[in-house]
Design a protein around this ligand. Structure first.
Ligand code: HEM
Ligand code: HEM
Length: 184
């Protein structure tokens, strides 16, 4: 159970595994699209789908337990900004895999977990090198929303890390240390 003095091991594990995996997936996603690294698409999709299980567990815990209590009373505007950033982070970690699956599914590329197919590729019978889209609209929707939600997520992560560093280096409080497992 999370308290003001310490966070549970499950909160810590979920935070750090999801945090580093999301940062990795963003980096891989941007490299894949900018340098046309098609060999990495399956790895990106597989890790994203596996991560969904941890994301769902974390969201369920937040719904049940609420957010960790701030260590002290800070400036109201900063508290509000931190709250908005936490919401953007958690909602976009849910929406990113969903929009990724919509994109891959609707464009006919399919998706799965390291070779185990969940949605098959929709291969063109007259040209097995090509796939046939299932829906132009949902393909476009998935592509645009996955890309722009990704940019929103990057902005939120930058603000979030800046906030964590501000607490640690300027306010010199235990916000970061508590997330690293220290009892305060
Ligand atoms: C939390 C999980 C995920 C994150 C943070 C993430 C992040 C990203 C980012 C930042 C990009 C680059 C976007 C661009 O510049 O156009 C990308 C591309 C892509 N992602 Fe994800 N992704 C996640 C999960 C998934 C999942 C589950 C799938 C599919 C099952 C998926 C499929 C794709 C595909 C196909 C691309 C390439 C898009 C293109 O070629 O235009 N992603 N992802
Ligand atoms: C690697 C750099 C990161 C650092 C240093 C960091 C630091 C922190 C700290 C200190 C807290 C506690 C805030 C409080 O007590 O109010 C926190 C909470 C949180 N962080 Fe991060 N974080 C990082 C990356 C991320 C990423 C990439 C995400 C999202 C994908 C994320 C999502 C969250 C969420 C949703 C919370 C609220 C508590 C929870 O649900 O675990 N963090 N983070």
């Amino acid at each position: 159970m999370d308290t003001k003095n310490s966070l549970s091991w499950l909160t810590l594990i979920l935070h750090w595994i999801i945090a580093f995996t999301i940062i990795g997936l963003i980096g891989l996603g941007l490299c894949m699209t900018n340098f046309e690294l098609y060999d990495y698409y399956d790895t990106h999709k597989s890790i994203g789908i596996i991560l969904v299980s941890l994301i769902v567990l974390r969201v369920a815990r937040r719904i049940k337990q609420g957010w960790p209590v701030p260590i002290s009373n800070y400036d109201k505007r900063e508290m509000l900004l931190a709250k908005i950033v936490h919401w953007v982070l958690i909602v976009s970690t849910v929406l990113m895999p969903i929009t990724g699956m919509i994109f891959s599914g609707a464009t006919g590329h399919g998706f799965g977990i390291f070779g185990f197919e969940i949605l098959h590729e929709n291969i063109d019978p007259s040209n097995p090198e090509k796939t046939i889209p299932l829906s132009q609209f949902w393909g476009y929707f998935g592509e645009i929303s996955h890309e722009y939600l990704g940019y929103l997520l990057i902005l939120a992560i930058v603000l979030h890390i800046a906030g964590a560093l501000k607490h640690h280096l300027i306010y010199k409080d235990s916000t970061l240390l508590r997330m690293l497992g220290k009892k305060i």
